[in-house]
Design a protein around this ligand. Structure first.
Ligand code: ZN
Length: 147
């Protein structure tokens, strides 16, 4: 199987069977909502951080297959990581999407998120792929502690 086909399968699988979809509205979760006007994507994510670790990520919203699947992949990729590690992975994801080289070890850590590598060739879709990751970045930046 060609790598491209494999990547397409990952994206379609997460689009059809999104992981961690649905908001919980529970205490301890930080909520961030982002909108991508150029495509109409609309994403809300909830992130729970405990003891410096990303415990759980939930997402909900509407949008294109790239955006919705990417939210699902993001939730699986970053959950369980240390906050600093998660922030690094988010940055590496942005670098990769822009067509920049990233370290091999980081590629490994990104796992299924590598499926979006090809998006760098479609600048109009970059915002679709990064929307949920940006929301997560924002949630992690705004403070690690719950109010
Ligand atoms: Zn989109």
């Amino acid at each position: 199987m060609k790598l491209e086909d494999l990547y397409r399968q990952v994206i379609m699988d997460h689009y059809k069977n999104p992981r961690n979809k649905g908001l919980v509205n529970e205490k301890g979760f930080k909520e961030v909502h982002l909108h991508n006007p150029s495509c109409g994507d609309d994403v809300t994510i909830e992130v729970k951080v405990e003891d410096g670790t990303v415990k759980s990520i939930k997402h909900d919203g509407t949008g294109c297959s790239i955006c919705c699947s990417s939210a699902s992949v993001m939730s699986e990729t970053l959950a369980g990581k240390k906050v600093d590690e998660a922030k690094d992975l988010i940055n590496d994801f942005f670098e990769m999407i822009q067509g920049n080289e990233i370290k091999e070890a980081q590629e490994e850590a990104l796992g299924e998120a590598l499926a979006y590598k090809g998006v760098s060739q479609f600048p109009a879709r970059i915002k679709c792929a990064t929307l949920a990751w940006k929301a997560c970045e924002k949630a992690l930046e705004d403070g690690d502690d719950n109010e």
